[in-house]
Design a protein around this ligand. Structure first.
Ligand SMILES: *[C@@H]1O[C@H](CO)[C@@H](O)[C@H](O)[C@H]1NC(C)=O
Ligand SMILES: *[C@@H]1O[C@H](CO)[C@@H](O)[C@H](O)[C@H]1NC(C)=O
Length: 473
């Protein structure tokens, strides 16, 4: 790419030189000059053109050097980033530790080779047919149910070239490794090499799992973006079922993520996606949300280059939701979830699954998102329309809504002005009532939009809302 542009600049400059030369030649030189004079002039011009050529050449050389230096420093930065990320410690200690580490086991060597091969082949963002290459990063540890997730991803993906699957395994759990290996070349299996115990503050001992997850995420995302060199990735965990249009959803929304810098993720998940709270016919409905939903989400390398260097040691999902990270950016989320967790035995608590997650409805109708016009989701189009719909809707109270006693059709609004009022109403309606960094789940501009008894409802603050209050929790 760079070589091409340098050749292009060089060619243009040469062409320009030649044109100038001929322009001077063609210019009528006036009768008063005799032949010698003219020849002298031509010599002069020739000299000038040659000079110009020489200068152009110098300029190109300088440009080439500059680009090389840029690349060098970019590589150096990447190397430092990787180091910092993996260990958060100075290089010397790192080297010492590396020396003490066991030699790689043969399997890891094999992975290494596989990684090198793939690095070699990932040369571009797009396939010849114009489709973007999007890596699917599956996080795995010690659950053999990863098989269920992989079977679905492999059978649903429209193309292995477009959606290469990388399974990153932590934990060195042999039965799980065996299962992952059994997929052969359909996937790439990588293993988080740092299996050392993590120093966890005494108070957080029981949350050690979250420290391991953060370490694994940091390492694996670095692999995908820095080692393999992918430009975009979908993050999936080993306990997810996916909808038939899972890949179509991400392909269709990919241009939004590229185009709108106020978006930083596409999520497959609706936190309030239970049957009673969604329009079950709204398969194609999509929204913007200030709340980072996770659970099947797409991000770009650029976002990772920003987050990676400061990646936290634990609780990465709450960390990513903080204003310092989010910087007022939003995600796209669907009305009907495109992922669904089939049960968590592990770090996060089973109660949450039993009480909530297992009621989320998984979309079962294929929506051709890549053929749809989704520009309404770009911030410039969306915000005006959204605010208009929300604040022009009729205000009702919970009792009226619950009794289904509203006469007019169309969307309605329930207002809230305090943290407690939000929580009370959310609880009564069966919505998630928690906040992260002051943002209620699925909220956009403070508004939580859902569907209730056949009607669109917005749980909304005042129209003069001035932003999230991070003390609300
Ligand atoms: C897509 O929709 C927008 C409105 O959101 C409209 O302005 C635009 O013309 C549409 N584009 C096409 C190709 O239909
Ligand atoms: C809800 O609104 C109805 C109709 O305006 C009213 O009669 C009722 O008192 C309100 N209920 C509450 C709890 O405010």
């Amino acid at each position: 790419m760079r070589k091409k542009s340098i050749s292009f600049i060089f060619a243009s400059l040469c062409l320009w030189g030649v044109i100038t030369y001929f322009l001077f030649l063609d210019r009528p030189i006036g009768r008063e000059y005799n032949k010698d004079n003219i020849e002298g002039q031509i010599d002069d011009i020739e000299k000038k053109v040659k000079q110009q050529f020489a200068e152009n050449k110098k300029f190109i050389q300088a440009l080439k050097h500059n680009l090389k230096d840029q690349k060098k420093s970019k590589d150096a930065i990447s190397a430092i980033l990787v180091q910092n990320l993996d260990n958060n410690e100075p290089a010397k200690e790192l080297v010492d530790k590396m020396d003490r580490q066991p030699r790689p086991i043969p399997d890891q060597e094999k992975n290494r080779k596989q990684v090198d091969e793939i690095k070699h082949t990932v040369s571009d963002k797009f396939l010849p047919n114009g489709n973007p290459v999007i890596a699917v990063l599956v996080f795995s540890c010690n659950r053999i149910t990863v098989q269920r997730c992989l079977d679905q991803l492999i059978s649903l993906r429209p193309s292995a070239e477009q959606f290469p699957i990388i399974v990153s395994q932590d934990c060195d759990h042999e039965p799980t490794s065996t299962i992952i290996q059994s997929y052969g070349e359909q996937i790439t299996h990588i293993r988080q090499p740092d299996q050392r115990d993590i120093d966890v503050p005494p108070k957080e001992k029981k949350f050690k799992g979250y420290f391991k997850i953060a370490r694994h995420y940091g390492w694996a995302l670095n692999q995908v973006f820095l080692e393999f060199g992918y430009e975009t990735a979908i993050v999936v965990e080993d306990d997810l079922d996916v909808a038939p249009d899972f890949f179509e959803y991400f392909s269709g929304t990919y241009p939004l993520l590229m185009r709108d810098s106020t978006l930083w993720c596409i999520s497959a998940w609706n936190d309030n996606g239970k049957s009673e709270l969604i329009d079950e016919n709204g398969h194609d409905l999509l929204y913007r949300t200030d709340f980072f939903p996770g659970l099947g989400w797409m991000l770009t390398k650029d976002t990772w280059m920003e987050l990676g260097p400061k990646w936290p040691k634990s609780y990465w999902d709450d960390w990513i939701r903080k204003p310092e990270q989010r910087k007022d950016r939003a995600c796209i989320r669907p009305e009907l979830s495109r992922t669904m967790t089939f049960g968590k035995i592990g770090v996060s608590n089973g109660l949450f699954f039993e009480k909530h997650l297992r009621f989320i409805k998984l979309n079962d109708v294929f929506v051709p998102f890549t053929k749809m016009n989704l520009t309404y989701l770009l911030k410039d189009n969306y915000d005006m329309a959204f605010v208009n719909e929300v604040y022009r809707s009729r205000v009702v109270n919970y009792t009226e809504l619950k009794k289904d006693a509203i006469q007019n059709p169309g969307p309605v609004r329930i207002t809230y002005h305090t943290r407690q009022a939000y929580k009370n109403t959310a609880k009564m309606l069966g919505l998630m009532d928690d906040f992260r960094s002051g943002v209620p789940r699925t909220s956009y501009r403070g508004v939580v939009t859902f569907f209730y008894k056949g009607r669109r409802v917005h749980l909304a603050p005042n129209a003069n809302w001035a932003g999230y209050d991070i003390t609300w929790s």
